[in-house]
Design a protein around this ligand. Structure first.
Ligand SMILES: *Cc1c(COP(=O)(O)O)cnc(C)c1O
Length: 375
């Protein structure tokens, strides 16, 4: 798709790379002396990893995390030799050679993944870097306590693997301080005692804000870099990164009692004025926002009426001046009046899901880093 092609695209997605850089610096300064990595999985949470990664490297990030080998392969050419590209999900059997070839570092989550990486090191006749993930209580990825004990008892299981980091992941950090995170921290500190020389990493974005005790040697923020609130309560210290603007493609007056949209679920007993915008669930605007979410026109909130269609949404603009709400008028879906977290709350989900679903049909515009800002 051509960039800034508003005649052919349904909406314009503006991604502020300067805000991403500022968000990185905010976390970096808060977390120091711990190092600040950057999580860019899922195409940098939908915002474009190839555009975002160079910005984060410029700000001093040396540790870049993706989820899958295919994502690492797409980004490997951007990573300089002083930085590392890590694969959070580790390797599927048979992926080891491709991982070694691009110099990526797998997060080894099971004894099977460790055995596969050890075999690749032997096959290549050299040491390969690897991260060990321990399960500190989330019961998702990572080595269990007995598996950690087995590794500690038999160092040969890690022959040829240079353990460059030990890590785990917090399940409840976004709820703020509490017993779940404290318990995970204690378990993490116990489980990683077997590798006293290896740097340690536990915190995601939310974890950084739980305090110094959670920051260890490296923090792994994702959502906060992209402007999402790291914690569920207490305001958002991050700069907003995305803006999504569309425009009205048709206006219509609907008489009292008439149904509106699929299923005719939008209905009112008074005369309404409806505006159609060309964004729908195929563009990642959740269908559950039918008769529930909103958009903004010239700073005025306009509710979504009726169901969200695949390619369009209907807005009730009855209360907006007709000189303002008219054919072609700009409509804000994300921006100063409606944050990603606001939309997520309306949809009963989290900012992560709204960002990662942002549509492929949008025209994209990247605002550059302001070079006057210190890296
Ligand atoms: C996605 C992910 C992160 C980043 O989490 P945010 O909540 O977006 O900061 C960090 N670590 C792991 C293991 C992850 O899967």
């Amino acid at each position: 798709m051509r960039v800034m092609d508003l005649e052919s695209a349904p909406a314009l997605l503006t991604i502020d790379l300067d805000a991403i850089a500022a968000n990185y610096r905010l976390i970096r300064d808060l977390a120091a002396p711990a190092r600040t990595a950057a999580v860019v999985k899922a195409d940098a949470y939908g915002l474009g990893a190839r555009q975002v990664v160079p910005v984060l490297l410029d700000q001093g990030a040396r540790d870049i995390f993706v989820a899958h080998l295919c994502e690492a392969q797409d980004l490997a050419d951007l990573i300089p030799s002083h930085a590392r590209l890590y694969i959070l999900g580790g390797l599927a059997r048979g992926g080891e050679a491709a991982c070694a070839e691009i110099g990526a570092v797998p997060v080894l989550n099971s004894l099977g993944q460790i055995a596969g990486w050890r075999a690749m090191a032997q096959h290549l006749g050299r040491t390969l870097p690897g991260v060990l993930q321990v399960d500190s209580g989330m019961n998702r990825l990572g080595l269990s306590a007995p598996e950690v004990a087995a590794l500690a008892d038999d160092p040969d299981l890690l022959a040829g693997i240079d353990v460059v980091l030990v890590m785990s992941h917090l399940a409840c950090a976004d709820d703020g301080p509490g017993p779940a995170s404290e318990g995970q921290r204690a378990a993490f500190d116990t489980l990683t005692a077997a590798w006293p020389a290896a740097p340690r990493a536990l915190a995601n974005s939310a974890g950084v804000f739980l305090g110094e005790g959670f920051r260890h040697d490296l923090v792994r923020p994702g959502i906060a870099l992209y402007g999402g609130a790291p914690l569920n309560r207490g305001g958002n210290p991050m700069r907003p990164v995305v803006r999504l603007d569309t425009h009205i493609v048709q206006m219509r007056d609907v008489p009292p009692g008439a149904g509106i949209g699929y299923g005719l679920t939008g209905a009112a007993d008074t005369q309404r004025c409806i505006a159609v915008i060309p964004v729908g669930y195929a563009d990642g605007w959740p269908r559950c926002l039918g008769n529930r979410g909103s958009a903004w026109i010239a700073g005025v909130r306009v509710p979504i009426v009726g169901r969200v269609s695949m390619d369009s949404i209907l807005l009730d603009v009855t209360d907006v001046d007709r000189a303002v709400a008219c054919d072609g008028a700009v409509v804000e879906l994300l921006g100063p009046h409606q944050s990603v977290d606001d939309v997520a709350a309306d949809a009963g989900t989290i900012s992560y899901e709204i960002l990662t679903q942002l549509g492929a049909r949008y025209a994209r515009r990247y605002l550059p880093v302001d070079e006057g800002n210190a890296a």
